[in-house]
Design a protein around this ligand. Sequence first.
Ligand code: PAF
Length: 305
Amino acid sequence: MQKEKNRTSLIPSSKIHIVGKGAIGLLLSHYLTKNTSNSVSLCLRGNQKETTFNYQNNTLIEQIALTHSEKNNESIHFLIIPTKSYDVLTAFLSIKDRLTNNAVIILCHNGMGTIEQIKPHLIENQSLFFLTTTMGAYKPKPNHVIHTGFGTSTLGPINQPAINNRKMIFKALSNCIPQMVLSRNIKQLLWRKLMINIAINPLSAIYNVKNGALNQPRFALEVFQLLHEAYLVAQNEGIDISFSKTLNLAYAVMSTTAKNYSSMNRDHNLGKLTEISAISGYIVELAKQYNIETPYNKYVLLKLL
Ligand code: PAF
């Protein structure tokens, strides 16, 4: 079959499975299918109804070219899990038996702790990657995603098969997803993302403000202290990270996503479980091992649990 002009295919099978119907998963589905020959199938939980989904940005509204995965019998070669951190393991285990021997699995969420949960379940040639993104999106309705912030997305290989495949997978994803970066240092990538989330998400939820409002002087002490506590833990963990650069990066993300409400703000407002345990909770727990005091992270953890 002749390919249409400008059409790209992600991987030989070009069939991508995405778990759930969260805002970031729908955003990725939009990019992975728009002007490409890829097909994206959503894997929904048994009780979730099949429906159509729309993507909206400043200039357009259009239907996302998605299909729904035929439950249980279709094998999966390329899987993206963009669920909340606390849902990753359950989502993975519900699909694990359908993964091919050399499947590519990409985790994409805020917070830490899931890599350790997933790794023991992988077989030899399955590749595990992490994708972080500063693109912002929210869902005003269950089947409608609004793209509010344009930012970079960084792919990092986690295990050896992923390190071997990284260039091919990166090239394929960067053909579809804007502003992609490939990271060589997965630990640093995850910590950098964690620090951005620590500086933005809890305060945006507690004070119910958009990300851009957090650059006001009245929030400066809390932003600084939350980040500094995390930085001290990172140093003890042997992470090569600079405090001033991380602080600058957090302020830069506040600016690029100024008009967004963070994901934690949305969850908190809707009375949903937030990812605070995998963000500030992770720092509070790890800090105990090094006798580091974390009063600011403890405070936001208790407020948002
Ligand atoms: O969680 C979020 O909302 C995002 O990770 C970020 C980068 C803080 C932007 O809003």
